[in-house]
Design a protein around this ligand. Sequence first.
Ligand SMILES: [Zn+2]
Length: 446
Amino acid sequence: MKIHAIGGYDEVGKNMTALEIGEDVILFDSGLFLPAIVGVEEREKIPTEKGMRALGALPDDTYLDRIGLRKKVRAILVSHAHLDHVGAIPYNAQRYDANVFGTPFTMEVLKILMKDNNQRIRNKIIPIKIGSSYTIRGKSENYKIEFVNITHSTIQSSIVAVHTKEGVVLYANDYKLDNSPTFGDKPDYKRLRELANKGVKALIVDCLYAPDDRKTPSEKIAKGLLEDVLFTTDNKNSGMIVTTFSSHIARLKTITEFGRKLGREVVFLGRSLGKYMQAAKNVGQAQFARDIRIFTYRRQVEKILKIVNKNKKRYLVVCTGHQGEPGSILDRIARGQVPLQLSKEDHIIFSSKTIPTPINEASRGELEKKLKRYQVRIFDNVHTSGHGGREDLRDLLKIIKPQHVIPSHGDLEKTTAGAKLAEELGYKLHRTVHLMRNGTFIKLAK
Ligand SMILES: [Zn+2]
């Protein structure tokens, strides 16, 4: 078999990897390079495929044309609902005569994104429940695929397994090993061990935080941090705004529950929040938000903010804009473009971390400058990551015991850190642990 690195090996984003076996190719993920399209999501009209390619937002899957593999693609498997994994599907899936598979939430997000942008693809979108399997017909052989439950920062995230005659290939982008998740189940260690016993030929694995000497804290720690900020500060008479990742359904659940406990009405504002919440509702994962009002369109948002503004202490506003994205709700609040007037000591809680790219850091800096003019209280980084650190990676490698390790989800600095750890565990560089760049492949001997 061969593994082709298409995107996400020279940068963080536009993840895409291809597995080639004989006459068949199976694709893992097709994601966007998000720094290239900051703010685009909030626009009314989004770019075409050509436009997205010109922006550098799509993985360069023309690589598959150049080496004659495009027509061999039999399936596109999506690991989870983050845009850097699923976001390019509406643009490039059409190039393949293959169906798209993922967990029900992931597939629902994909459908809603496309509907919202008036996009259509001719590929079938097929939801596969966590823990169940499906067989893909190939020319060289048939492939059983399954989506194994893993913890991350959105729900129904999976480690994708492809069973081949040469062994199981596992795609673990993205993951963390959260043993106390606040929503959803723990990683399916039992199944991972069974697959390990069967024999894992290759593991393609998230190394975003492989350079960091840590085990990434559980989501229960983020819950604790939020509890601390929401219940032990003086906020009885303040306006309260929380911003977080729209796809982080577990975090939204925590915020909602705490808002209720504070006796405030929780309102969700912003288009991307609306999309992910709708997807969660459609697959029965949003019971916590039964009585939550969600406002997405400009006019609706302005109307509710006018009401909130009259009695700020009665509401907890949850909105988009944690990265300072221009046009997001928080950005518009800070600019005074909506009828919510910030006052001294209103609470602005970032249940997020600024993604360390120049553009994000710049927009976030701008946002803070504007917010500080109102002398609000800012609580930053009330958050834990969804990506495993070096010690998570060690545990994962020891559970899965793959024959080959392929570090991914980052440039060489990150993947090298993953490779070094693998070497500590007995893997040999270039022989059983492989550093890849976009547009290259490795061949794994039978
Ligand atoms: Zn992710």
